[in-house]
Design a protein around this ligand. Structure first.
Ligand code: TYD
Ligand code: MG
Length: 449
């Protein structure tokens, strides 16, 4: 009989320790260790190696992996051009954001792909009701309501489908492990069983995992090392827009972003995100500026909104949604020290349109312009946009892929784009490129020109 012992796991990175620690030595997070009972003495299943002997690199065939199109342009693009045979894909996100909806839409929208959809959360009738709501082709989708991994894999081996979807990793358990479903050791075991299944049969597996609000994850973070691809749902689950981001991809690039709209009939692909992120109003409003940003390789434009008002009580408030508040503070300090704007007695609120979370430094310039526009109550014309990083001495720095950003701005009907003086870009038809060296030059050109 297998012996039992207790191990402490870090829920943030999956690090193991024989005793409790206040701070995980591997990832440095505090209070993340949880106690788990694990059985010892049973060998862990690992993926079968492709060959038993080492091979010469030059002799290994370089044929492209075979990819399966999911008939969903945005998901295919995130995956790097379709689902690779034998791959294990994790879709993570908060409860209620649309993971089950998206994963059920895949077989319904993909006629030729026989899919086994395993749900540990919903009965077959509930899945059917959802499928009816979503519409699509129901001929190729097998539903199994089950949480025992051994039964699931037996069914999958017998049915030999083209794709297996498992919803969700937290509800599944294996008999190899004594702890309850959702514990760290069960999650690891379930994922490695699915990985072994995918690699040994060539059948791709999509695995769904829940993430809690604060990103404190008993699951997906631990699984990131095991799976081939991690797609993560983000965004505001109250609003209609959901963002799916690729965080890890062994077969394609990361930092790609897809935008979906949650409708009454499931998730609709938004192929041109700029359209939803740019305001529809024609008249000019102060406190807004359009940034030309990039996700992965695709440029898109969105609105930055700022509100600057006199602080009611001595200390000014600074708050930012979708933008790093420390970076906002830095930009405000630059405006104060390098361009003489007295903002230390003002409250500043910043918001990125559509619930986006922006990390691209090229948005600095639009943030600065939105703040100044609100401060002066001076509207920036609606056909002007910005792409530039702001440095600590108030200089405006060039950003990557400027030509793509400018071309996209021109395509969307913008007539003027402000960029760094130090960038070299070719002329683009239909749009005036204004080059500015620093904040004072920008203010002169934009607000006093
Ligand atoms: P769901 O896919 O169940 O979320 P998850 O699996 O990530 O927990 O999505 C649930 C939400 O989506 C729920 O609030 C209802 C909404 N929804 C729609 O608006 N339209 C639809 O067609 C469907 C199926 C769900
Ligand atoms: Mg679900």
């Amino acid at each position: 009989m297998a012996k039992e012992k207790t191990i402490w796991f870090c829920t943030s990175c999956g690090n193991e320790s024989p005793k409790w620690l206040g701070r995980c030595p591997a990832c440095g997070e505090w209070n993340t260790m949880v106690e788990q009972t694990v059985a010892t003495g049973k060998p862990a299943k690992t993926p079968a190696p492709a060959g038993h002997k080492p091979q010469q690199l030059r002799d290994i065939g370089s044929a492209q992996e075979h990819r399966i199109s999911l008939n969903n342009g945005e998901v295919d693009r995130l995956l790097g051009g379709g689902l690779v045979e034998g791959s294990l894909v994790l879709i993570g996100g908060e409860p209620g954001i649309g993971k089950s909806t998206l994963s059920l839409q895949i077989p319904l929208g993909c006629k030729g792909l026989r899919t086994l959809y395993v749900s540990g959360e919903e009965s077959p009738r509930q899945v059917k009701m959802r499928a009816e709501r979503l519409g699509g082709d129901m001929d190729n989708c097998l539903i199994l309501s089950e949480t025992r991994m051994e039964t699931i894999l037996e069914a999958a081996r017998a049915e030999k489908p083209g794709l297996v979807i498992v919803d969700s990793v937290q509800t599944m358990y294996s008999e190899n492990i004594d702890s309850s479903a959702g514990s760290v050791s069960q999650i690891k075991e379930v994922a490695s069983m699915l990985l072994y299944f995918a690699k040994s049969t060539g059948i791709p597996v999509i695995l769904i995992g829940h993430i809690t609000k604060d990103g404190y994850i008993a699951g997906p973070k631990i699984l990131e090392h095991i799976v081939d691809v991690v797609l993560q749902f983000e965004g505001d689950d109250k609003g209609p827009y959901r963002l799916l981001r690729s965080i890890k991809n062994r077969f394609g690039s990361t930092s790609e972003l897809a935008v979906f709209e949650m409708t009454g009939k499931g998730l609709r692909e938004v192929t041109n995100p700029s359209e939803m992120l740019i305001p529809m109003h024609e008249e000019n409003l102060s406190g807004t500026a359009i940034a030309a940003t990039l996700d992965g390789l695709r440029p898109f434009l969105f609105e930055v909104q700022a509100l600057v008002s006199t602080a009611a009580y001595g200390t000014a408030q600074r708050s930012a949604t979708g933008f790093d508040v420390r970076r906002l503070n830095m930009l405000l300090a630059v405006l104060e020290r390098r361009a003489g704007f007295k903002l230390n007695t003002k409250d500043v609120f910043l918001n990125m349109a559509g619930g986006l979370r922006i990390l691209d430094p090229a948005c600095d310039l639009a943030v600065v312009c939105a703040v100044l526009s609100s401060n002066f109550d001076f509207a920036i014309p609606h056909d002007v946009c910005f792409a530039g990083e702001v440095g600590l001495s108030g200089e405006i720095r060039p950003v990557n892929q400027l030509d793509r950003r400018i071309t996209e701005a021109s395509r969307l009907g913008f007539r003027k784009i402000y960029i760094s003086k130090y960038a070299s870009v070719p002329k683009v038809e239909g749009i005036l490129i204004v080059k500015v060296a620093d904040i004072p030059a920008l203010v002169k050109s934009l607000f006093r020109g």
